[in-house]
Design a protein around this ligand. Structure first.
Ligand code: F0G
Length: 459
């Protein structure tokens, strides 16, 4: 028989206990964390949806790889295996290992950036934007218009607006464009996929104007799933072939291996151009480490090499995408305003719609993140004006385009009953939504303020 139920395609071999806090305890813990979910202790969290980054459960094979790790300073066997896996996937000649994605970003955007340069993306992730802006350059987001309408159904809401891309290149001057960066899937834009057609168009535009085209590829396997099932002509290709085709259209790639490489730490920079690769290698040695380990232990590299294979397993990808959709579609049916269609690694709640009585300068997304913790011990993250808001010269908030809260699902970690518990919590969120108040920021850093900001409730 053909079963309807999609099971977790793995058995659990090693477990980690969850301590179940009470609502009273959480009230106190949240206050002590200054109403910032980043400042909570993980032992006080029941379901941790803060991020899908570095939180994957590794496979038995990966743990076996950890024991095989070759810790030689230079020329380690584990590096050779990681390098081969990355070369096979990206088709690129120059691979630089880094301790995580932002280290690769620091190197490449530090090199390409600087005052007067512009970087263009569907949506820059927060560390990507921060590294670009830190270099003195500007970072512009130009996803298609449909991407801002959270309820609109569109198969590839992560796509770049190609007309806008052409206009911007002409307006800024091609020589002033640091790079065009396609983020797959588009994390800050709701985890939405990018089509191969869009990638090809972006590639053609970049080639025509001699602009560097980079892939921020940390969820490239999840993106490949959507291409296979939503875009004509890919039905008979494997997920790995689809990812390889996407890389073939680009000049380079930055990867945080903490996502689709199923590891807890790691990343890389892959490049085709020798001159850029040499300049970046110099920076790598100064800040990360020698060329054959970057910021990584041999065992980490071993686990990445294995993870990059496992991620394309059809049974895994099917379970991954379907289980994220299971949560999202249940919430949608209950009347929770979720970003539709459901993305690959996370469910995004439109907090501006849910709490339409809280103005954006009182951070409705932060309010929802706090409520989810209070009611269910569920840790999430605001992706809205706390993360991306700026101030004008009068200190008035320039809000982000959306006020989202992300429920990012760690890979191979939670079972269906954990998800049912989350769905139940949302019923309570809906029942009490009118009572929820906004927040104000009482302490913040200049860069990436969401990590450390302190909040107070507005009464
Ligand atoms: N690019 C994207 C699209 C990301 O989602 C991340 C990290 C990075 C780059 C940076 O990688 O963390 O290894 O330095 N995203 C995590 C998240 C932190 O929660 O979405 P990193």
């Amino acid at each position: 028989m053909k079963h309807k139920t999609i099971i977790e395609p793995f058995r659990i071999k090693s477990v980690e206990p969850i301590y179940v806090t009470t609502e009273e305890e959480r009230e106190d813990l949240l206050k002590k964390a200054h109403y910032n979910t980043f400042l909570l202790q993980s032992e006080h969290v029941i379901i941790d949806f803060l991020t899908d980054s570095g939180t994957s459960a590794m496979s038995a094979e990966q743990w076996a790889g950890i024991m095989r790790g070759d810790e030689s300073y230079a020329g380690s066997k584990s590096w050779e295996r990681m390098q081969n896996a990355v070369k096979n996937l990206t088709g690129m000649d120059y691979i630089l290992p880094t301790h995580q994605g932002r280290a690769a970003e620091r190197i490449i955007y530090g090199y390409l950036g600087g005052k007067g340069k512009t970087f263009i993306s569907n949506t820059h992730f927060d560390t990507t934007r921060a590294n670009i802006e830190f270099s003195g350059a500007e970072a512009l987001d130009i996803a298609i218009d449909e991407s801002n309408d959270t309820s609109l159904i569109h198969p590839f809401k992560g796509n770049i607006n190609t007309q806008r891309l052409k206009d911007l290149i002409l307006e800024k001057g091609a020589q002033n464009i640091g790079a065009v960066i396609l983020t797959v899937t588009n994390n800050s834009g709701g985890g939405q996929p990018v089509s191969m057609k869009n990638t090809r168009e972006v590639s053609d535009i970049c080639k025509k104007h001699k602009v560097l085209f980079l892939l921020d590829c940390c969820r490239v396997a999840e993106n490949a799933y959507f291409i296979k099932h939503r875009e004509d002509g890919f039905e008979n290709k494997t997920y790995e072939e689809i990812a390889q085709e996407m890389f073939s259209l680009t000049d380079g790639a930055v990867m945080s291996a903490k996502k689709d490489a199923l590891v807890n730490m790691g990343g890389f920079l892959a490049l085709r151009n020798k001159k850029i690769a040499q300049a970046c290698t110099n920076l790598l040695i100064i800040t990360e480490g020698f060329t054959t380990y970057g910021g990584l232990s041999g065992r980490d590299m071993e686990a990445i090499a294995i993870g990059l294979k496992e991620i394309f397993d059809p049974a895994y990808l099917r379970y991954r995408i379907k289980s994220t959709a299971y949560l999202g579609e249940h919430l949608h049916k209950m009347g929770v305003p979720v970003m539709m269609p459901i993305g690959g690694h996370a469910v995004y709640i439109d907090a501006k719609k849910l709490y339409d009585h809280i103005p954006v300068d009182q951070y409705p997304g932060q309010a929802l993140a706090c409520e989810l913790y209070l009611k269910g011990g569920i840790r999430t993250v605001e992706i809205g004006s706390v993360m991306f808001g700026k101030y004008d010269e009068n200190g008035k908030l320039i809000p982000a385009s959306m006020e989202l809260v992300r429920l990012a699902i760690p890979r191979r970690v939670y079972t269906q009953s954990h998800i049912e518990y989350v769905i139940e919590t949302f019923q309570e969120i809906l029942d009490y939504k009118q009572k929820v108040k906004g927040y104000k920021i009482v302490e913040e850093a200049k860069i990436l303020r969401h990590f450390t900001a302190h909040f107070e409730k507005i009464n």
